[in-house]
Write a protein that binds this ligand. Structure first.
Ligand code: GLY
Length: 351
């Protein structure tokens, strides 16, 4: 299966991408996961010297200004120029930070994303959002700066731990909820416990199409692209809350989005009359695969505070949501009262 989005020939895709700008001066970022299985595959095409490769630790806790500085320092010390090309081989944390570092280095050098996680393939590495977390807030500093190319090679997923697959699958589910009832049925019916990788590649391909269609119309998120934030107002707050708890294992982004979508489907039902069946189906999918989220009600206020700081809000103090009137019909800029949000949290944490 070779489509616009998916490649089965990584070698050819890499050569084409490097050739796009006549680049031979290549630099590569990898993360501590991608350097084991994925980097050797890239090295079959390009034999890069060690000095042109930087391996960074994986994980949201490393998505910081300090790590971005390491990338800038690496580019400076290894004599990258404005004619260089940065290949970014890793998960969404690395593609976000690497894209930002490349786009700001010497006022911007081109970069190519080679996502190695499902989440990065369908979402993070698509659509040009780059940046890093700052003062405990997700992606607080960043810019829109599209990759020269994003190479999606689904074979990388065969070594991905199942929780990472589930994390990415939440974004596939989000795209389906925004897109159409038919896509939702396909995504809910896919056997995620016994993966058929050809079928998964088809789902990935369609999921990328859904995102690309939206991003092409609204690249800088002034309207329609906000629909891609469905599940992310509550989801980001849950993720930030989990990152603040230093003893607990940080929650994977897609898990937080999964829980956020359930909270926001509840709000969609209350505010926009979404049919209950959709909420019931997604709750069932969540409990079967992602488990139930935990947060004591004494901490709901903290979650509300985090939502108030969300950069998606346009007016101070107001919390902005993208909600569904129906599957395939998303309404952006929906304001909810504190009480409505607290009710949604109560629903979510008492499933
Ligand atoms: N992850 C949502 C977006 O790219 O707009």
């Amino acid at each position: 299966m070779e489509t616009n989005n998916i490649t089965v020939d990584l070698d050819l895709a890499l050569r084409n991408a490097a050739g796009l700008r006549g680049k031979s001066d290549l630099f590569l970022l990898a993360d501590s996961n991608s350097c084991n299985y994925c980097l050797p595959k890239v090295m079959q095409t390009f034999e890069l010297e060690d000095s042109k490769i930087l391996v960074l630790p994986a994980g949201e806790q490393h998505k910081t200004l300090q790590t971005v500085e390491k990338i800038w320092n690496f580019l400076i010390e290894s004599h990258a120029t404005r004619n260089s090309l940065l290949l970014i081989l890793g998960g969404g944390v690395l593609t976000d930070m690497g894209g930002f570092a490349a786009s700001t280095f010497k006022r911007g050098i081109p970069y190519v994303n080679i996502p190695t996680t499902l989440l990065a393939m369908v979402d993070a590495a698509q659509g040009g959002k780059t940046g890093f977390d700052y003062q405990g807030l997700k992606n607080e500093i960043g810019m829109f700066a599209p990759a020269l190319k994003t190479i999606v090679y689904p074979m990388f997923l065969q070594t991905l731990p199942s929780e990472q697959l589930l994390s990415g699958y939440a974004e596939i589910l989000k795209h389906a909820l925004i897109a159409s009832p038919l896509e939702l049925i396909r995504v809910l019916n896919f056997d995620i416990d016994n993966i058929d990788y050809e079928q998964l590649a088809e789902l990935i391909d369609r999921s990328i199409d859904i995102k690309q269609y939206i991003v092409e119309q609204d690249p800088e998120e002034t309207g329609l692209r906000k629909s891609l934030n469905f599940g992310h107002t509550i989801g980001h707050a849950i993720e930030e809350y989990s990152l603040m708890n230093k003893e607990a294992k940080p929650m994977l982004h897609g898990y937080a989005v999964m829980y956020g979508m359930v909270g926001e489907l509840y709000l969609s039902m209350v505010k926009l009359g979404l049919e209950q069946q959709t909420l019931t189906q997604v709750v069932h999918f969540m409990t079967e695969h992602y488990g139930k989220p935990v947060c004591p009600c004494k901490d709901y206020g903290q979650l509300l505070e985090l939502m108030r700081h969300d950069k998606k809000n346009t007016e101070q103090g107001q919390i902005n949501f993208s909600l569904l009137r129906q599957v395939g019909n998303c309404r952006v800029n929906q304001e909810c009262t504190d009480q409505e949000i607290l009710d949604a949290l109560d629903f979510l944490f008492n499933i």
